[in-house]
Design a protein around this ligand. Structure first.
Ligand SMILES: [Cu+2]
Length: 456
């Protein structure tokens, strides 16, 4: 961990009056959990492709230093974005505190315009709520403001600007906040692994690196913690671990998050832990704009389990999603003709779009194919909001290193049927058996996806 936690004992009295040294992170690596070295103990979270901000204790107050600044974020190898964020990255570092902690956060503005920080979901004095114009003046460029409040309730929270929000959030300014319970809580289970990440989205033209800031709904990069598949790390767990995943949505649309192979309970929402009587097993949880959700499950099935947003266009990366459906359209002849005019032209999508995941077309610099990722059985054909929960017997407690692909026991993988395939029996008359049409209708329709993205 860059910098490490700042031990209170080693800080001189005069230094405590000064700003805490800001800790900067330059990579998109998933950092191991930051074990608390001062203050009340707790079991720390793991931020997917992110990290937790170290603090110092100053006369019983937990002090953090956030620096709002332009950053460069790698979405996946080969694709970087020029974003705005905190302490070197977008999203900013996760802030972890304990229920009842008095927290002081210094926010330094290194952006070219005013900013503020809203502590989304917290109980606090209104003057600490971070709404520019309403509860405080904007923090001018070059200035540092101080926020101070007691973290009153345990749960999952977020932070983001409440100043020129459409621009600043489109640029990637946001972060995660976890308040751990002070003591054993009847509704908050102790878990073996506690992951967290933010859902975010960007509109970055292929070949460019800076998000378009006036986009309202038509985003083309669907990310978890400003990473896209295959850049998102797997969630590695030990077989029979109790697992919690905390997710916050700071995109402009909802995301039905789907886990394969296990059922989970929604144990926490924006308001904190859910009453046990409201919990039911699910495999998909929709997360609306501005919401936080905590899901929990027992990882009792070994394997590599897909974990993704169920909106299929959110598991794709940028590039021409305005292409017409070409399924069934013979293009061979067309391609030859166009090739005379445009050398290197390739026909796409005649048999669906999967072939896009293996072909490597000439592409602009600094972008990704729509779908990619090499799995043990070939191309995965995914992008965007997709990762894998890897459940392993051999994994050690607290070991988050990637165990590689799951080795399936013999005879447990879908296989090709090699026998004779009987011809299918089809209904003889249109309209079925009970109400056959007297006059058959000749009609063929082509299915097409709705154009435009209004209404995501
Ligand atoms: Cu989604």
């Amino acid at each position: 961990m860059t910098g490490g936690a700042v031990a209170a004992a080693s800080v001189a009295k005069s230094a405590l009056a000064a700003l805490p040294e800001p800790v900067i992170e330059t990579t998109a690596m998933t950092r191991p959990p930051l074990e608390p070295s001062s203050g009340r103990p707790y079991r720390p979270v793991v931020t997917l492709n992110g990290w937790t901000l170290p603090w110092r204790m100053n006369r019983g107050v937990k002090e953090f230093h956030l620096v709002a600044e332009p950053v460069q974020r790698e979405f996946a190898p080969g694709f970087k974005g020029n974003l705005w964020g905190y302490n070197g990255q977008s999203p900013g570092p996760t802030i972890e505190v304990v229920e009842g902690d008095r927290v002081r956060i210094f926010v330094t503005n290194k952006l070219p315009e005013i900013t503020s920080v809203h502590w989304h979901g917290q109980r606090l004095p209104p003057g600490m709520d971070g709404v520019t114009g309403l509860t405080q003046p904007g923090i001018p460029p070059g200035k540092t403001f101080v926020y101070e409040f007691v973290a009153r309730r345990p749960g999952t929270f977020m932070y983001h600007p409440h100043a020129d929000e459409m621009v600043q959030m489109a640029m990637g300014m946001m972060g995660f906040w976890v308040t751990h319970p002070r003591e054993k809580h009847p509704l908050i289970a102790e878990v073996d692994r506690d992951f967290c990440f933010l859902l975010n989205s960007f509109d970055i033209d292929p070949g460019s690196a800076t998000p378009k800031i006036m986009t309202m709904l038509d985003f083309n990069i669907w990310s978890w913690n400003s990473r896209v598949f295959p850049g998102i790390d797997p969630l590695v767990v030990r077989h029979n671990d109790q697992v919690r995943i905390r997710i916050g949505n700071l995109t402009m649309t909802n995301h039905p998050i789907h886990l394969h192979g296990h059922e989970f309970l929604v144990t926490g929402t924006d308001g904190g832990p859910t009453p046990k009587s409201t919990r039911q097993y699910e495999v998909t949880q929709d997360i609306a704009v501005g919401q936080m959700r905590q899901i929990e499950f027992l990882a009792d099935e070994e394997g590599d389990w897909a974990f993704h947003c169920h909106k299929s266009h959110h598991t794709m990366n940028a590039m021409g999603h305005d292409v017409p459906t070409m399924i069934g359209v013979k293009q061979d002849d067309l391609a030859t003709k166009i090739n005379d005019l445009v050398p290197g032209y390739m026909a796409m999508g005649e048999r669906g779009m999967d072939e896009m995941s293996t072909m490597r077309m000439p592409m602009p610099k600094n972008t990704l194919p729509m779908m990619m990722g090499e799995g043990p059985f070939g191309a995965v054909g995914m992008g965007g909001m997709f990762s894998v929960v890897k459940v392993r017997r051999g994994q050690k407690r607290n070991d988050y290193s990637d165990p590689g692909w799951y080795q399936h026991p013999p005879g447990t993988v879908a296989y090709e049927f090699k026998g004779e395939v009987p011809s299918a029996t089809r209904k003889g008359s249109a309209g079925g058996q009970s109400m056959p049409l007297t006059k058959p209708v000749e009609a063929t329709v082509n299915v097409r996806k709705p154009r435009g993205h209004s209404g995501h």
